[in-house]
Design a protein around this ligand. Structure first.
Ligand code: BG6
Length: 471
């Protein structure tokens, strides 16, 4: 049973929808340097990428939400969304990150977006940093590895909290913050040249972002006392491939290192008990002050938010089995699950498991802020009959309902990508997630017209009946 105030929603990110990458005084961001499909090659090692000139950059136009926001929010209004998760591009507010004063045109743009959402009764849920930061800070400081970026981020947070305090009551700090130890450029604007320092740099960035998150929590509560602010983690439960104890142990370790380690910092406000051993094994030595540790402990988040797309299987090191791709990590193929066209394993029960595990450990409310399926689709008769999407979303919503019946406090559910957008991992437009088809291809060509798919009316009905009618 979903509560009356359950937040039914949908989610996007600025660099995947807005376009207009140099309009309105916006500065260049890390995302503006990501090419199309070639980006996969560079995601884990971007050093060469930022010095290469590519023929096409998807974020520059994206789906041109910047010029279509009224039309797009009207569609979200028709869906009956209770909330809409979006992100603010830091570079629209502080183009280089270091200006004395914010860019009024950028602030005004988000004012317009929030006003439009509020007009349709949609609560904005805002991510402060979704895989982008000012490129200037990468060139000057090498991104989040430099602690001076913490203060610049705090300044940006205080500006947007003050400006939008009457309009936005739900905030998220860093999107999929746990990804930073593996994707330091993508999530932290840091280029690692000494490869042997990869782990050390990754965990230092995570620490710096945890401190920044504490400062954001502090500022948010001071400036908007009735707001709630959460952290955001990419969570794919890691299953042992077999009941061999070594498989169980290695999946436990993987889940901690890649995923829940970060939650200890943001939710409990302290380093987990296994840190000493982990850091010794990884040869990680961090620069940490007592003052920073006090901040972590004092200003923990109000809730956890997660993206959930899939689960993965894992086994002991010398075990050989078929592998599969996943959201920013790959693993072993689970013989009991089907996969999406991109190899992401479809596992609705995994979501119930994830919610129970997290609630069992942290006992704070959980907000699912991303879930969905990317599919190659063709527009026919001005629509797409996407029964597979309905099936995927229905199965996941059913499992959320089960988790709620288990006793887990779930705040809300945002499906990912209500209007087709560019893919984060592949830069493709053809990895479509939406209830609304956008006529743009992988090279940014098309009319940019929007068309409702079959799933549009289905989700409208789900929201209208508060999850009673999933048929
Ligand atoms: C999450 C990100 O990892 O998954 C989103 O927060 C992303 O930005 C989403 O778009 C789906 O991944 P992809 O790679 O299919 O776009």
């Amino acid at each position: 049973m979903f509560s009356k105030n359950f937040l039914w929603g949908a989610a996007t990110a600025a660099n995947q929808i807005e376009g207009a990458y140099l309009e309105g005084g916006k500065g260049l961001s890390t995302a503006d340097y990501l090419p199309g499909k070639e980006r996969i090659k560079y995601l884990f090692d971007p050093e060469q990428m930022i010095h290469t000139s590519f023929s096409f950059y998807p974020s520059h136009k994206a789906i041109d939400f910047y010029h279509h926001y009224k039309e797009d929010i009207r569609l979200l209004g028709q869906l009956g969304l209770k909330c809409y998760r979006m992100s603010i591009a830091w570079t629209r507010i502080f183009p280089t990150g270091e200006e004395e004063l914010p860019n009024e045109e950028g602030l005004k743009f988000y004012d317009n977006v929030f006003d439009e959402l509020i007009k349709y009764g949609i609560e904005p849920v805002v991510t402060l940093s979704h895989f982008e930061m000012p490129m200037y800070l990468v060139q000057k400081y090498n991104g989040w590895i430099d602690k001076r970026v913490i203060q610049l981020f705090e300044k940006y947070c205080r500006v947007v909290f003050n400006r939008y305090k009457d309009k936005v009551k739900y905030w998220l700090t860093f999107n999929e913050v746990n990804s930073v130890t593996k994707l330091p450029y993508h999530s932290g604007g840091t280029i690692i040249t000494e490869k042997e320092k990869f782990d050390e740099v990754g965990y230092q960035i995570l620490h710096n972002q945890a401190v920044a998150s504490s400062l954001a929590v502090k500022a948010c509560h001071e400036i908007i006392p009735d707001a709630q602010i959460g952290c955001m983690m990419q969570y794919s439960p890691i299953y042992p491939y077999s009941c061999h104890p070594e498989d169980v142990l290695s999946s436990l370790h993987l889940e901690r290192d890649r995923e829940t380690f970060s939650m200890e910092l943001f939710v409990r406000g302290e380093y987990p008990y296994y840190t000493k051993r982990l850091f010794k094994e990884l040869n990680v030595n961090l620069q940490v002050t007592q003052e920073e540790l006090n901040l972590l402990k004092t200003y923990t988040v109000d809730f956890i938010s997660i993206s959930y797309y899939m689960s993965l299987a894992w086994a002991r090191t010398d075990f050989v089995a078929e592998t599969t791709d996943g959201n920013q990590m790959s693993g072993l193929k689970n013989p009991y699950l089907e996969s999406s066209q991109w190899g992401w394993q479809i596992d609705p029960i995994g979501l119930r498991i994830a919610l129970n595990k997290l609630y069992d450990t942290y006992r704070v409310p959980i907000f699912i802020v991303e879930n969905g399926i990317g599919v190659k689709e063709k527009l026919e008769n001005n629509t797409v009959i996407d029964d597979y999407r309905i099936k995927y979303l229905r199965a996941h919503i059913e499992q959320i309902s089960e988790a709620i019946n288990d006793g887990v406090e779930v705040m809300g559910y945002c499906m990912w990508g209500p209007i087709d957008l560019i893919s984060n991992s592949t830069g493709e437009m053809s990895k479509r997630y939406g209830f609304v088809y956008v006529d743009v291809d992988d090279k940014g060509q098309g009319s940019f017209k929007r068309y409702k798919k079959k799933s549009f009316d289905w989700y409208r009905k789900v929201i209208k009946t508060n999850g009673e009618d999933l048929g």
